[in-house]
Ligand binder design. Structure first.
Ligand SMILES: NC(=O)c1ccc[n+]([C@@H]2O[C@H](COP(=O)([O-])OP(=O)(O)OC[C@H]3O[C@@H](n4cnc5c(N)ncnc54)[C@H](OP(=O)(O)O)[C@@H]3O)[C@@H](O)[C@H]2O)c1
Length: 266
């Protein structure tokens, strides 16, 4: 089987998650990684010597180019790479706020916009995508993205809220877990004891979740009338937990929309 070139620019949080996730793929990839920080390159060069590592750009002749750099760096990267990308190369962008029509101003290639989260590192991600071409060019969705997690096509107009819910999603659960640990700690447990309790819940929860069970159903299985869970849930309701969450997701969505405007006005 012919190997597909996968070029990953940026080996930060998401780029390294892509790399780790792809290393367990059965698909024959030829992975080329581009990162400015040579100490980071050295770590991965030792770990996965079968890949190619660079700290500058040459021609991108074929395959898929995955842009794992911060939104603030992307316009500068386009200036550096746009004349080096051959027309058959598929551009894959997870960059928050970067609209397909903005990329099209610099590069006239096929483009897939995705919004994964860090769970792709363990091939447990969910990858919403939107694209400017028909079918599955280079079999990228079927053979590569589907290996990193579940995929689903969305209209691009929903990317700001998708970014807030899914891209940033792990952070909401990490914050909630941290606050639960702090609460246990304040109410007498050691930090370590509180952490074990919360971590074990988090690890076990996936077993309970499935596509045909709703969260209200799951909550009703935990609470009993006039019991401890109900007391806590009522307190959350009185403190407008729903409004707190809605505000946070609205702020994150708004930031994504602002980022998009900032990128277009640079
Ligand atoms: N993290 C997430 O969970 C997540 C989820 C969805 C989408 N995203 C998107 O993914 C992108 C990357 O996010 P991140 O969290 O991975 O950021 P990050 O940790 O800052 O990683 C970006 C990496 O790109 C490197 N880089 C910058 N300019 C470069 C260049 N010219 N050539 C090669 N490498 C270069 C940076 O190196 P230096 O540090 O040396 O500059 C850094 O290692 C962002 O656009 C973000 O919106 C992230």
């Amino acid at each position: 089987m012919e190997k597909t070139d996968i070029h990953i620019i940026g080996l930060g949080n998401l780029g390294s998650a892509f790399l780790e996730g792809l290393m367990t793929s059965n698909k024959e990839h030829s992975i080329k990684v581009y990162e400015l920080d040579t100490s980071v390159l050295e770590v991965y060069e030792k770990k996965y010597p079968e890949n190619d590592y660079f700290n500058s750009f040459d021609e991108f002749k074929s395959g898929v180019l995955i842009l794992c750099v911060k939104p603030q760096s992307i316009n500068e990267i386009f200036v550096q790479i746009k004349d080096k990308i051959h027309e058959g190369v598929l551009i894959c962008s997870p960059v928050a706020g970067l609209d397909i029509d903005h990329i099209e101003k610099s590069i006239s290639n096929k483009i897939i916009r995705i919004m994964p989260n860090l769970l792709i590192r363990n091939n447990k991600g969910f990858i919403p995508y939107s694209k400017n071409y028909e079918n599955d060019y280079l079999d990228f969705i079927q053979s590569t993205l589907n290996h990193l997690g579940r995929t689903k096509e969305f209209s691009e107009q929903y990317f700001p809220v998708i970014t807030a819910l899914s891209g940033s999603g792990p952070a909401w659960f990490f914050l909630l877990s941290n606050e639960l640990i702090n609460a246990g700690n304040k109410l007498g447990l050691s930090n370590q004891e509180s952490e074990i309790l919360v971590n074990e819940i988090i690890k076990g929860l996936p077993e309970l979740i499935s596509d045909d069970v709703t969260y209200p159903d799951l909550i009703s299985k935990v609470k009993s009338p006039k019991g401890t869970t109900e007391a806590g849930l009522n307190s959350l309701k009185n403190d407008s937990f729903d409004t707190i969450i809605l505000n946070a997701i609205e702020k994150a969505t708004q930031r994504s929309i602002e980022l998009s405007k900032e990128l277009k006005s640079e």
